[in-house]
Design a protein around this ligand. Structure first.
Ligand code: SAM
Length: 226
């Protein structure tokens, strides 16, 4: 049986509208922020990089343009057909790759689609295929996303800092490397705002969260394997 998050993104219409419904209007700000953050954490030049749950290839294409040798994997063929990067259809929990065949792995906007019991096996699987480091993003519940989280059709989970701390406690080499506020205006609201208003609210959000990092709802992690 397909797990949550897999089924939703296999719907043709959902996949087709993925980028238009998220990264136009105010969503452009999020796309820009995420890409800048990723580039500040990964030096792609000459590296073999795996993008797990690559979707339409937003990040794989970016890293490829910056000189990385990219491979994507995603469960949804409907998402993958939109990617310009060489990718395979498959499950993040059973990566069809040999041990240590990538320098770096990344996974953006994905962990919240995993069940809590799948987080450990997923990280072990990424560790098996990756030599240097794994960069990934988590969303935690302390944001106004709580107001509509229950209604989201893809049935995602927001993982609290304490749950993640518990999950990651056996992992040497893991650290938080960035956070994004998105406290006042969670991901889902940006796309319905005009870009200039979203930009202003994002700046207010930044001020609200400044010095109170625990409010930031999007966390970037680096797990180093060396
Ligand atoms: C929110 S999208 C993120 C796509 C891309 N990383 C981005 O940030 O634009 C989540 C993606 O996870 C994929 N996905 C869900 N469960 C998966 C699994 N078990 N293995 C591989 N991909 C999966 C979905 O098909 C979807 O493309």
């Amino acid at each position: 049986m397909l797990k949550k998050g897999q089924k939703w993104y296999k719907e043709g219409e959902v996949a087709k509208k993925y980028e238009d419904s998220r990264f136009t209007e105010g969503g452009i700000i999020l796309d820009k922020e995420e890409k800048e953050t990723l580039l500040s954490l990964v030096e792609p030049e000459g590296k073999d990089i795996l993008d797990v749950a690559t979707g339409t290839g937003r990040f794989a294409e970016l890293l490829s343009r910056e000189g990385g040798h990219l491979t994507g994997i995603d469960a949804s063929r409907e998402m993958l057909v939109q990617s310009e990067v060489e990718s395979v259809q498959g499950d993040a929990l059973k990566l069809p790759f040999k041990d240590n065949c990538f320098d770096i792995s990344i996974s953006m906007r994905f962990l919240h689609l995993l069940e809590p019991e799948d987080i450990d096996p997923f990280i072990q699987e990424v560790q098996r295929v990756t030599k240097d480091k794994f960069i990934f993003e988590t969303l935690h519940p302390l944001s106004l996303r709580l107001l509509y989280q229950w209604a989201l059709p893809q049935d995602s989970s927001l993982y609290s800092n304490s749950l993640l701390k518990e999950k990651f406690k056996g992992l040497d080499g893991i650290k938080k490397v960035r956070s994004h506020e998105n406290f006042l205006i969670p991901y889902g609201i940006y796309q319905i705002l005009p870009e200039d208003i979203a930009e202003s609210i994002s700046q207010i959000d930044e001020r609200v969260v400044e010095g109170r990092e625990w409010l930031a709802s999007t966390i970037y992690w680096e797990l180093s394997f060396r």
